[in-house]
Design a protein. Structure first.
Length: 243
């Protein structure tokens, strides 16, 4: 058999550590208001059937998950259309815990990005930008995680619209992700940031875990999707390879 593989196209992932950025799925994780509850049901038992098997039900945007363009645009691509190469991406992590602690409605600014670059490195095209807000620490407390006021408006940090536009247009990023239930700040019910990123067919990851274990750069993300035909997104397994 002839091997036509071109060694010039060989890509490698150099790493010293692999960090799982995925929350475990169970019925008590925080669920976006109005989304379906998570349910597990035992179908087969070892004692009776010789093997253990459960069936489960979960919304496409629950747990650690990816949003697809058709979440907000009927003509947008569904999650099964993501090319495999788009699900492996270099990444950087921006830490805004201090700002988020002082103001739960804080949004990432262009100045935050430029300050990060001055301290670390220029954000090269094709990177996926992770926003570490510290909200992952509230994961076990749904009320604190959504931080809703008396009117039902959520208050948690996210990407600012100007910062998102800068990342898309000036840095050509592959996508964005965060440890809250939305890349949009909680009080923005228009989902403007989601629409900006997904409108350009980029990646949106939400409810990430263990961002505190990541360095600022030298990260490669591998996103394992459920290739749901026509899906608006799916729960994902996200692994970070840290060099």
């Amino acid at each position: 058999m002839t091997n036509n593989f071109n060694s010039n196209n060989l890509k490698t992932i150099a790493y010293r550590q692999i960090i799982d950025l995925t929350h475990a799925i169970h019925p008590n994780i925080p669920i976006w208001p109005g989304d379906p509850a998570i349910a597990f049901e035992t179908v087969s038992q070892i004692e009776k059937h010789g093997y253990f098997l459960r069936k489960f039900s979960i919304g496409e945007h629950s747990g650690t998950h990816i949003n697809a363009p058709n979440s907000f645009d009927p003509a947008g691509a569904s999650v099964d259309n993501y090319e495999p190469q788009s699900l492996v991406s270099p990444a950087i992590a921006i830490d805004i815990r201090e700002q988020s602690l002082a103001n739960p409605d804080y949004t990432l600014t262009v100045d935050d990005i430029l300050n990060w670059e001055q301290k670390h490195q220029f954000i090269e095209p094709g990177n996926l930008v992770l926003l570490y807000t510290g909200w992952q620490e509230k994961w076990e407390d749904e009320r604190a995680f959504f931080n809703a006021d008396e009117s039902g408006i959520c208050h948690f940090p996210g990407f600012g619209k100007a910062a998102t536009q800068f990342l898309l247009e000036e840095r050509s990023v592959a996508g964005i992700g965060t440890d809250t239930h939305g890349v949009d700040p909680g009080q923005d019910e228009s989902f403007a940031v989601n629409k900006m990123v997904l409108g350009k067919q980029r990646i949106v990851l939400e409810n990430l875990a263990n961002l505190h274990l990541l360095p600022a750069a030298d990260i490669t993300l591998v996103v394992g999707i459920l290739r749901l035909l026509g899906g608006s997104g799916s729960p994902v397994s996200v692994l970070a390879f840290v060099a």
